[in-house]
Design a protein around this ligand. Structure first.
Ligand code: SF4
Length: 397
């Protein structure tokens, strides 16, 4: 799901209301699973395995279960992907692993860093085709010096068709597999390690709708969280969704205290359905009920992202309606306002500073915490799809 950095991401449908009902994305069909899943170049892809699957793999090849922990530590703690470098394994085992398994990595195609050096955007090539984008952000005040947040993608493209987003224009190419999701974090961690920094927070707000790729995203979450994986606490992992109600309900029953963020952007169904076709399938009432259930079951505060568009959704009345909607459903909420940054081809305008302040204070007066998103990376195409689109354009020139 496009998030704070990714929202204003390119040449979305130019006019609110231009998305017809017939253009609704095929949300409800599961894409066929990739037959090459968990296997790469004919070998078992160890980065695509959870801890228990890794143990099964070692048993399958006649090795003790504890080898899984050793190899996981090499992969995730030390960032090693060559068996030859795993020196506490015997030479015989290293050769055996090289014959039947692989520890792949994503190839970095392009990186851009903001002038302030607090935001860095990565474009990775995927071994099976396509590209994926991720962003590294420093929020020293919130997380302590040397701690970094990473925003990752869950799909190549996106089926959701939000009319302000380049990913929606691309359409969905494919789901990312577990390792392609996790590897975005491990590659960035590798970049941070020499400075003694570490990834503290991961947000699924890049390209794609994470809950549309539910199984792979949840597997990735478990690897990111595992002490033998990256050891990032569940409370530091955020999934952002455009509003897939059945998957939100499913997530609330997983028994894991993930942070949930909802890309809301409108408080009236007609406007939200124009901006986000998903609302035609699950309207605001059903979305709010699912969020209330999520809060009741997990006791996790739900974040509502709200992109402010001048004259579209930024009136005082809409701020009051937003507060009423959240309070009526008794959801412990944080509202995060995102001022719009102009994007080529998208005819929205930024709200005035006065309108942003009025919206914020109106929501806050109702007792709901309301923040305005810090803007990061505007000088590096940090919106989702932008780096990829720029790269494509440059290659076509
Ligand atoms: S089209 Fe997809 S990636 Fe873009 S904002 Fe909508 S859900 Fe997010």
């Amino acid at each position: 799901m496009a998030g704070p950095l990714f929202f204003q991401s390119g040449a979305g449908c130019p006019i609110i209301g231009a998305v017809s009902k017939t253009s609704l994305p095929p949300l409800f069909k599961r894409l066929p699973r990739n037959p090459q899943e968990r296997v790469l170049d004919g070998k078992r892809n160890l980065k695509d395995l959870t801890h228990s699957e890794m143990e099964e793999f070692f048993l399958e090849i006649g090795e003790p279960r504890y080898r899984a922990k050793q190899v996981l530590q090499w992969i995730y703690n030390r960032g090693v992907h060559e068996f030859e470098e795993m020196t506490d394994l015997s030479k015989k085992l290293r050769a055996k692993l090289a014959d039947c398994a692989v520890v792949p990595t994503l190839q970095l195609r392009r990186v851009s860093e903001s002038e302030s050096q607090d935001t860095k955007k990565y474009l990775f090539d995927l071994p099976q085709g396509g590209e994926v984008e991720s962003v590294q952000m420093r929020y020293p005040d919130e997380m302590g010096a040397g701690r970094v947040a990473v925003c990752i993608s869950s799909q190549v493209g996106c089926a959701m068709g939000c009319n302000f987003c380049a990913s929606g224009v691309m359409g969905l190419k494919r789901h990312l597999s577990t390792w392609e999701i996790v590897e975005q974090v491990t590659r960035i961690q590798k970049d941070l390690t020499p400075q003694g920094e570490r990834v503290a927070n991961v947000v699924f707000m890049g390209l794609g709708e994470p809950l549309h790729n539910y199984d792979e995203v949840l597997r990735a979450v478990r690897i990111l969280n595992s002490p033998d994986g990256l050891g990032i606490g569940m409370r530091h992992l955020t999934i952002s969704t455009s509003g897939l109600v059945p998957q939100i309900q499913q997530l609330s029953n997983e028994g894991i205290p993930l942070r949930l963020a909802i890309s809301l952007h409108a408080v009236r169904d007609d406007l939200r359905s124009q901006m986000m076709p998903v609302n035609r399938r699950w309207n605001l009432e059903s979305l709010m009920s699912a969020c209330a259930e999520y809060y009741q079951k997990t006791k996790r505060r739900v974040t509502f992202e709200y992109i402010l568009l001048s004259g579209v959704n930024d009136s005082r009345e809409e701020a009051e309606e937003l507060a009423e909607l959240l309070n009526r459903h008794e959801i412990h909420s944080l509202v995060n306002l995102i001022p719009w940054n102009p994007v080529d081809g998208v005819p929205y305008e930024r709200s005035t500073p006065q309108a942003i302040r009025t919206f914020q204070t109106t929501v806050a007066k109702s007792g709901i915490k309301c923040t305005v998103r810090q803007e990061k990376g505007a000088d590096i195409d940090a919106a989702c799809g932008q780096l990829r689109l720029r790269d494509l354009k440059e290659r076509q020139v």
